[in-house]
Design a protein around this ligand. Structure first.
Ligand code: SF4
Length: 175
């Protein structure tokens, strides 16, 4: 099994410090990966062969659509395939949101709006509202820092999964 150079692995995993990657490498060495692969092979052999089929055209479209549905105003939502939004679309507070760096100026606009609302809440004595807005500001600023970090590092495009067209909808021989 070939392993990429550690600095490439660090870039792929988004680690700022290569020592972080070293930690993973120390744990997930080739021996561990080989044992895990054997474990997967054993488990797969125990599952009904019917489960190992290629997706139908409909299933594949649904899977691709999932990526479109994850596009939100500020970036992309990282929730797993087949799961609904579990955070009531409060994307700015959500750990699943990955900021699109092009939307960084939009975060500044949102911040100005939240600050104005906070000032009004202070003036009116709405302390509960102030607490909520302070929380939103914390998340917003943390997302902005994340967006700037990503912009500095450049984007690592892992690509969209593809399946040869002629295979979609047909069954793979089993046995
Ligand atoms: S709130 Fe979170 S899970 Fe829901 S759409 Fe926004 S980023 Fe995705």
């Amino acid at each position: 099994m070939s392993v990429p150079p550690i600095h490439i692995g660090a870039a792929l995993l988004g680690h700022l410090d290569v020592q972080t990657t070293r930690g993973y490498v120390a744990v997930f060495d080739e021996d561990v990966i080989a044992h895990y692969t054997e474990f997967l092979d054993r488990r797969r052999a125990m599952r009904p062969p019917a489960e190992y089929r290629l997706p139908t055209g409909e299933e594949w479209s649904d899977f691709q659509e999932h990526f479109d549905k994850r596009k939100v105003e500020l970036g992309s939502c990282g929730r797993p395939y087949g799961t609904p939004c579990a955070h009531e679309r409060a994307c700015i507070r959500c750990p699943m949101l990955s900021i699109n760096r092009k939307m960084l100026p939009r975060l500044d606009e949102l911040e100005a709006d939240v600050l104005a609302r906070r000032q009004r809440a202070v003036d009116k004595g709405w302390r509960g509202e102030v607490e909520g807005l302070d929380l939103t500001l914390r998340f917003l600023r943390s997302k902005r820092a994340q967006g700037h970090r990503t912009a500095r590092m450049g984007r690592v495009d892992l690509g969209m999964p593809t399946l040869p067209r002629q295979q979609v909808g047909s069954r793979r021989p089993t046995g």
